[in-house]
Design a protein around this ligand. Structure first.
Ligand SMILES: *Cc1c(COP(=O)(O)O)cnc(C)c1O
Length: 494
């Protein structure tokens, strides 16, 4: 399997693509083809556990890793790190809706699915491509990636990690999770700006040749743990394959049947992984792309115009408060028939004008695969209440956005096919927004009291990783201007 860039023809192995994170031309690494999983193979995978399924999917893309290496990586990532050793269980909501719960890992959000595995993949990749070098991970986070990456990389030999988060753009729990992070190779820093500022700042550092050379002189090399790294994407394909396996096992998906997928979307990584699974032959039909009030994606899917020149809103689903959806670049490349020239031109427009417009035939291709919709704050609250009252399902704010847009889709199309909804975070991670949806009582200001109140109200347990934050020492107190990110990184590495 070879990897190329979305902006020009390149020839990379998977290890090289994972080590670098982003291509030198600013594009993202994509596989040159989609390997196939037949229905017969899917039946075989259905009899395996998550680790077996993950190895089977990974080996189709990471052909320069040995079976032993993949076995080591996958076991390290998914043994004893997720509740009951079931990383991605399905929970039935009703006859045609299943929640794919991706938040049973150490940081209670779906980012763990990829970020428990990425450090293993990356360390092996670096050993193959740049032996002896220290890998410096730079992360821009809208809240969940930061903690999941810290949890994955803390004290991993030959790595350092720096996480930037928008000082006022993450939930209290998310912030506390990050600023209490231990580890001798970690650094965490707030910036005065929003997620897009953090992401642009990190991208700028990555592509700055002078900085890259300074690192090389120290025998260091940057890589990315953001979902632009293909090493983040491939573990996410696994759970859609695994969901299909579980549906087959439970008799809900027969030979020849298809299911829809609904995903709360920000950077387009999670839903892109579902598209990849579909391209590999997993029987997925429609991909329902759900946005919050920052609805740049639903506008884009309706009109073909991507326009980030709009107001930015801080919402109760902060991990989707994004106006530059970076993985969309991969989707455009594929939808345009692997057209790097077109993709490069559109991304140049985005960088220079904050806007681009798709050719009509590419838009039609996207519209045949995706339904885009969005849900405001009131809709999010109503959906949380309805899911709990009607179906006894306690959803977080992000998951509720997806459930709401799924409902819109069903009304608009009469397509009530079986749908798997990506349930992306524990409701306890966003207790301050989930509580008012369920009850009119006063919400405690203290985050830990909120957890207790939610638990008492819903008769569900507080996840141990969140309860355990109480009393942890705050270790990271930096907050900087967004223009000082490079300086901060170089100081940390000095
Ligand atoms: C990151 C995140 C999302 C959005 O996922 P993308 O891959 O960025 O589209 C949705 N929900 C939660 C809880 C997240 O942490």
């Amino acid at each position: 399997m070879k990897f190329t860039s979305t902006r020009s023809a390149q020839d990379f192995t998977s290890a090289a693509a994972i080590t670098r994170g982003i291509a030198a031309d600013g594009g993202l690494f994509v596989p040159c083809e989609f390997p196939q999983i037949s229905y017969e193979e899917l039946l075989k995978l259905a009899d395996m556990d998550y680790i077996g399924r993950a190895k089977a999917v990974l080996k189709l893309y990471l052909t320069d890793y040995t079976e032993e290496e993949l076995d080591f990586c996958v076991r390290g990532a998914y043994s004893n790190t997720f509740d009951k050793n079931i990383p991605a269980p399905l929970a039935t909501v009703n006859g045609n809706t299943e929640m794919l719960e991706l938040w049973h890992g150490p940081t209670c959000a779906f980012k763990d699915m990829a970020l428990q595995l990425l450090p293993f993949l990356l360390v092996k990749a670096a050993n193959k491509t740049v032996p002896g070098r220290t890998i410096v991970i730079l992360v821009a986070t809208s809240g969940d990636t930061g903690k999941a990456a810290l949890a994955g990389f803390a004290d991993v030999p030959n790595t350092r990690i720096v996480v930037f988060f928008p000082e006022n753009g993450v939930s209290d729990m998310q912030k506390l999770q990050m600023i209490t992070q231990t580890g001798n190779n970690v650094s965490v820093c707030g910036i005065k700006g929003n997620f897009d500022d953090a992401q642009s700042g990190v991208k700028k550092i990555f592509t700055d040749n002078a900085i890259r050379q300074q690192l090389e002189a120290k025998n260091m090399e940057f890589s990315s743990a953001n979902s632009i790294n293909f090493g983040r994407l491939v573990p996410q394909i696994v759970y859609y394959v695994s969901a299909a396996c579980d549906l087959i096992k439970s008799g809900k998906l027969a030979a020849g049947d298809k299911f829809n997928v609904a995903v709360p979307t920000g950077n387009f990584g999670d839903i892109l992984a579902a598209y990849y699974a579909k391209q590999m032959g997993i029987p997925i039909d429609k991909l329902i792309c759900a946005s919050n009030r920052n609805n740049v994606l639903s506008d884009f899917l309706a009109t073909g115009v991507y326009d980030r020149n709009r107001e930015f809103y801080t919402t109760s689903s902060p991990s989707m408060d994004i106006l530059i959806s970076s993985n969309l670049e991969r989707m455009i490349y594929h939808a345009a028939g692997n057209d790097a020239e077109l993709t490069a031109r559109l991304m140049k427009d985005l960088a220079e004008k904050g806007r681009y417009e798709l050719p009509k035939e590419v838009l039609e291709k996207l519209q045949s695969e995706f339904f885009g919709g969005y849900c405001d704050e009131e809709g999010t609250q109503k959906t949380i209440l309805n899911l709990f009252k009607e179906y006894n399902y306690l959803a977080d704010t992000h998951t509720a956005v997806a459930a709401n847009v799924l409902e819109q889709y069903r009304k608009a199309t009469d397509d009530d096919r079986l749908t798997v909804v990506a349930s992306t975070a524990s409701p306890y991670k966003f207790a301050s927004a989930v509580l008012p949806a369920l009850s009119n009582s006063a919400i405690p200001t203290d985050g830990f009291e909120q957890l207790q109140q939610l638990s008492a109200l819903t008769n569900t347990p507080v996840p141990a990783p969140l309860a355990g934050l109480k009393g942890c020492e705050v270790l990271h107190k930096n907050c900087i201007e967004k223009d000082n990110m490079a300086e901060f990184v170089l100081n940390f590495l000095a």
